[in-house]
Structure formats: structure tokens, C-alpha cells
Design a protein around this ligand. Structure first.
Ligand SMILES: C[S@@+](CC[C@H](N)C(=O)[O-])C[C@H]1O[C@@H](n2cnc3c(N)ncnc32)[C@H](O)[C@@H]1O
Length: 254
């Protein structure tokens, strides 16, 4: 497009040769003035609706997008995260009802289903339906019968009340946009003596190659669980990159 210009009061009248017509465009000072007035509003409008906030002094991480799901089933994950050791330390037994919260495409869900057996059950919850679709494909491929996939909401995992002996969150809690609502709902979903297990990349360790907002320190985890009425009941610090902390509800007073 080739333009010829002449200036009139804040507008440049230009001849657009490609259209054989005159057009008006804003002069430079007018453009600068408008930018000054409009930019703060535009910046707000352009923030993604899922812009994370803060919780208890921690920046909440963006949710890992389902298009990156291949990373969850990468070959070197076992070596990097010692995932078999992590699951062995859960103490899963046949007949248990457990939840893989933020299951993604089911990296942990399928071995958990094997560990709890036909008499047990695994609820697999994720907010991204695409993750649950990928999980469903793997369930169908393996012919597994004891997994219940659930598309949860950001503030509600949609678990039945008092249904779970254990709720496992591997690399998930730090992504909750509404941590308090999720913790309240998860506590309701626990059976008496049920536990919530957090597996989070160690923020204290600079050699763990994960973005800072996707890591958590032990002190921060303790702070957030305690303000939500959860007590540390056990921990396993033998994983290469992650904290593994078990939380329960204090015994009810009669
Ligand atoms: C980093 S991935 C981890 C997936 C899986 N736990 C694993 O270790 O392979 C985090 C997952 O948490 C899910 N997520 C984030 N917020 C959630 C919420 N409020 N309820 C359920 N899932 C959530 C995301 O959709 C994503 O699939």
C-alpha cells in the first residue's frame, strides 16, 4: 500500500493508492496521547483470564497446558523423579480408594490402579478435559476397570464425600488457582484418617531444573497446609527432586 500524506488537526489525510481513495489516519502526537490514555486499560484486557494470583506470599503457577502432556510420560522421568520409589512410599494396598488429583494423562493413575487392585478404586481428576481424554485412551488400551475419570472445576474436584483413603497430588498443588476451595473440597472427600499427599519440586534446591513458580519450599507447604487445618503426619525425603509430604486432619474432638 503506498500512501501520500497531508496533515490536518490531529489527523493525517492520506491517499491510499491501492484503493484509489483518501483515508484518515491519526497524526503522531495524537497517537501518543491516545496510547498514554488507553495503554493501562489495554494491558488489563490483554491479561489471560487464567492469570495466576498469589496465595500466602507465593505466586501461583500457570496450569501446565495439555499440549505439553508428552513431557509427563517422558522416558527419563523415572530416573529424574524416581517415580516408582515415590509410589512405593505411598503405602497403597488392595481395596483402597484413592485419588490422583491433577492426574494429567495418567502417568501415575495406571500404576496406582494396579496397586489397589480390582477391589480398589482410583478417582482421576483433572480440570483439562483433553487430559482426561488422553487418560481415557490409555484406560481403554489397557482394559482397566477400576479408574473413575472426572473433569473437575478449578474450585471443585467433584469427588464424592468421604470417598478417599488418600489423595495424591504430584506436581499439582502449586497450580491450583483456588487453593483454599480445593483444599476444603479435598478434606470433605477424605475418609476418616485419610491423607493428602503433596509431591512438589524442592524450591530450596537450585539444582532442580524447574521454573521457580513450579517449585515449593517445605516451609511454604507447611504454612499453606496448616492455615487450612491440615497436619503433617509423615514425610519421605528420599526423592531426587521433590518433597513428599503426607497431611491429615487432626482427630475430631467429641
Ligand atoms: C504438571 S501436571 C501433573 C500431572 C500428573 N500429576 C503427573 O504427575 O503426571 C499438573 C496437572 O494439574 C492439573 N490441574 C491444575 N489445577 C487443577 C485443579 N484445580 N483441579 C484438578 N486438576 C488441576 C492440570 O490440568 C495438569 O494436568
Amino acid at each position: 500500500m503506498r500512501l501520500a500524506a497531508c496533515e490536518t488537526e490531529g489527523l493525517n489525510r492520506v491517499y491510499d493508492r491501492s484503493r484509489e481513495a483518501f483515508a484518515f489516519v491519526l497524526s503522531m502526537p495524537t497517537r501518543l496521547l491516545l496510547a498514554f490514555l488507553l495503554l493501562p486499560g489495554l494491558a488489563l484486557c490483554q491479561q489471560p483470564s487464567s492469570t495466576p494470583g498469589e496465595y500466602q506470599g507465593r505466586v501461583i503457577a500457570q496450569t501446565m497446558h495439555w499440549q505439553g502432556a508428552a513431557w509427563l510420560v517422558r522416558h527419563k522421568r523415572e530416573r529424574e523423579e524416581a517415580t516408582t520409589t515415590m509410589r512405593a512410599n505411598l503405602g497403597l494396598k488392595p481395596g483402597m480408594a484413592v485419588c490422583d488429583m491433577g492426574s494429567g494423562n495418567g502417568y501415575h493413575t495406571l500404576p496406582m490402579a494396579e496397586a489397589v487392585g480390582d477391589t480398589g478404586k482410583v478417582y482421576a481428576v483433572d480440570v483439562q478435559p483433553e487430559m482426561i481424554l488422553m487418560l481415557n485412551e490409555r484406560i481403554a488400551e489397557k482394559g482397566v476397570k477400576n479408574i473413575v475419570p472426572i473433569v473437575g472445576a478449578l474450585d471443585d474436584p467433584k469427588l464424592p464425600e468421604r470417598s478417599c483413603d488418600m489423595i495424591l497430588l504430584v506436581d499439582v498443588y502449586h497450580e491450583f488457582s483456588q487453593p483454599e476451595a480445593m483444599l476444603t473440597a479435598m478434606k470433605k472427600a477424605l475418609k476418616p484418617n485419610g491423607v493428602i499427599v503433596l509431591v512438589e519440586f524442592r524450591a530450596e534446591d537450585d539444582s532442580v531444573p524447574i521454573k521457580p513458580e513450579h517449585k515449593m519450599s517445605k516451609a511454604q507447604i507447611l504454612k499453606e497446609m496448616e492455615v487450612n487445618g491440615l497436619k503433617l503426619v509423615r514425610e519421605f525425603e528420599g526423592l531426587p527432586w521433590q518433597h513428599m509430604m503426607f497431611f491429615g486432619l487432626p482427630p475430631q474432638k467429641l
